[in-house]
Design a protein around this ligand. Sequence first.
Ligand SMILES: [Cu+2]
Length: 155
Amino acid sequence: MKKNIILIIILAVLIGGGYWFWQKNENKKQNFVSDNTTEEERLESILVQTEEKKESQKVETPFAENREENQSVQAKTYNVSIKNFAFLSGNLTIKRGDTVIWTNFDSIGHTATGGSFDSKILNKGESFSFTFYSSGTFDYLCSPHPYMKGKIVVE
Ligand SMILES: [Cu+2]
């Protein structure tokens, strides 16, 4: 009886060890097969892996990239000329983040003065730039000549 039990244990150890050894060899064979691939194939698979990595990195930061793109695509600059006591293209409809640049072409000084911005006196050839970050309607005028009027609508 005892003999039988010992025999069974020995058999079990042998079978288990054999299985483990076989598994090890199988792994080796698989490694050998992949080692057997040509240099070209290996480079190709590395390329594919790096491309996949790049793709996954792209997916990780879509919002940041989109934000940058949107800002550069959407933000615009508008030019308003001050000529002959008038704002030319002085009435504009723009988007938040857009910038308006007023330039005085008259020999006499003018301003572009609204509720939230004031260029102060612009002499001939001088410019004033203002970026509108909040939406609303911004009426403005020239302080020395209040009949000179303009309006910026920010959507
Ligand atoms: Cu003026």
